[in-house]
Design a protein around this ligand. Structure first.
Ligand SMILES: [Fe+2]
Ligand SMILES: [Fe+2]
Length: 502
């Protein structure tokens, strides 16, 4: 039981945001926060005709930040019997405070409807919080309006949401983040992936306690890692959110500020280096989920949302060989179509990749195709880095060695909880690079999914929208199409050829 229940002063609901459950056609969770604990938190919702569909009680979840000792209060209400492709209205309610309204739309069922989603990573907050140690920029606010103007069914936030682990006021940083995105996220799910800057040393075993408390995400079968990774189905797509800190070598969660200021950092044995923390649990789960999706006649697209990248031409962090060792063989084996990441603060995209260049010790992915405008992901996985969400330090802004050169983190040096491990990097050829023409700048990508086209194909049209620093004008800068036969047509084709061969 959390302390600090509200007294006579009204404590309004704030920071409203929506999430899909494992089945986007029928399951939604609405989450919010309050400055103090409140009485009888609940959600009232109604269907398209305005009839009162129901009221559900919300669950209170809180955490006390290890750095400041502040307690944050969040509330989560789940609904799991909704109609597909339907708009609902809702009101978040507490005793003694005015209700806060929002809407959401459920996902289509199967191949019945087109839908759009958007994605970016590395957003930060629109204005400095506390001492301003964490990143902020006006674009971290502008990008929310740009996304909202496209009215996507949902949005994927590819990690490094608000960089609370760098801030002297992490709870206020999270509040700033959700207040900023709520003008979109209260109307459509913003589905996150964990980034290295969600690791707030001292807040839970992987430092993720703030993130995990504030989101209500689909279950993954491992209660001790609930929320760290998950998947959901929307239409004919499976969306998988991974936590790459588990497989990366890079020491990306280290925070000098938290090392120097979290009380008991040494005595409690706090260690922000968490590589390998799930001991293979996440990989086992991923393989099971991918295998199941590939056996399903209802799933055409497998889309992975994650933070750190498998390939990078930016001389910034670099790609992490841990991802190549652990994830890419599974992406190859089960035909993952699309990977959306961040971490590198710019935009680039690859050709479909599968396997490695012959003899490559760096496991350099091999391109399978050379058409930049239209790609067929049956031959390989297309990776997008969309890390220009708002962090003011954009990549590649340091030393860029050449237009076709990739950078890979191959190892890390000595380190301990007090001293960050330095990355050991190597250069590689980058024949996988399809488009890397966005040096610096801010942006996001939109994905228009057409589940069934004449002729039996399905497609995703990808458009990258970019904006200059300080500009709210996001314009299309790059576009391409993923197209392939949908599963029904593919199976029909196989049967025809079998009959023809008899
Ligand atoms: Fe970042
Ligand atoms: Fe990052």
């Amino acid at each position: 039981m959390l302390t600090g229940r509200a007294g006579a002063e009204p404590v309004p609901p704030e920071q409203l945001h929506v999430q899909f459950g494992a089945d986007a056609a029928s399951q939604v969770a609405v989450s919010w926060a309050a400055k103090a604990a409140v009485a009888r938190p609940r959600l009232r919702f109604s269907g398209p005709d305005g009839y009162a569909a129901g009221e559900v009680q919300a669950t209170e979840r809180g955490y006390t930040d290890a750095l400041t000792g502040e307690t944050a209060y969040t509330y989560h209400a789940r609904i799991d019997s909704l109609e597909p492709d339907t708009c609902y209205r809702y009101e978040v309610r507490h005793d003694g405070a005015p209700p806060a309204p929002g809407t959401f739309r459920t996902g289509p069922r199967g191949r019945t409807g087109r839908f759009r989603f958007t994605s970016f990573g590395d957003q930060a907050v629109p204005a400095p919080v506390g001492l301003g140690l964490g990143p902020s920029s006006p674009n971290a606010g502008y990008v929310v309006d740009a996304v909202e103007s496209l009215e996507p069914l949902f949005h994927l936030a590819n990690g490094d949401l608000c960089y609370a682990n760098m801030s002297d006021e992490p709870v206020a940083t999270w509040a700033s983040y959700f207040r900023n995105i709520s003008r979109s996220a209260r109307y459509r799910p913003w589905m996150p992936a964990l980034g290295n800057h969600e690791n707030e040393a001292g807040n839970g075993p992987q430092g993720y306690l703030s993130y995990l408390t504030r989101f209500d995400l689909p279950a993954n079968g491992s209660p001790q890692f609930a929320g760290n990774w998950y998947a959901f189905t929307v239409g004919s797509a499976l969306i998988v959110s991974l936590n790459n800190d588990d497989v990366c070598l890079q020491d990306g969660g280290f925070s000098t500020y938290r090392r120097d200021h979290v009380p008991g950092y040494d005595a409690r044995g706090i260690d922000p280096y968490i590589s390998g923390y799930s001991h293979g649990r996440q990989r086992t789960w991923l393989e099971r989920v991918l295998a199941s999706a590939r056996q399903s006649a209802d799933i055409d697209w497998i889309i992975v949302c994650m933070h750190q990248v498998a390939m990078s031409s930016a001389h910034f962090n670099g790609a992490d060989i841990g991802i190549r060792r652990t994830w890419l063989p599974l992406f190859d084996a089960y035909g993952v179509d699309l990977v959306l990441a961040g971490h590198e603060h710019h935009f680039e995209r690859t050709f479909p990749v599968r396997g490695c260049l012959p003899g490559s010790e760096l496991l350099t992915p091999a391109p399978r195709g050379s058409d930049r405008a239209e790609m067929d992901s049956r031959y390989g996985t297309v990776h997008l880095t969309i890390g220009g969400g708002g962090h003011p330090v954009t990549a590649p802004g340091r030393s860029r060695h050449g237009p076709d050169e990739g950078i890979v983190i191959t190892a890390v040096g000595q380190g301990d909880p007090q001293h960050q491990r330095q990355s050991v990097v190597a250069a590689e050829p980058a024949p996988w690079l399809a488009y890397g023409g966005e040096p610096g700048g801010f942006g996001f990508a939109a994905f228009d999914v057409v589940p069934a086209e004449p002729g039996g194909t399905t497609s995703i049209t990808v458009t990258y929208y970019g904006a200059a620093a300080g500009s709210a004008s996001y314009r299309p800068r790059d576009s391409f199409v993923l197209r392939k036969p949908h599963r029904c047509a593919e199976q029909h084709g196989r049967e025809l050829s079998r009959v023809a061969g008899q």
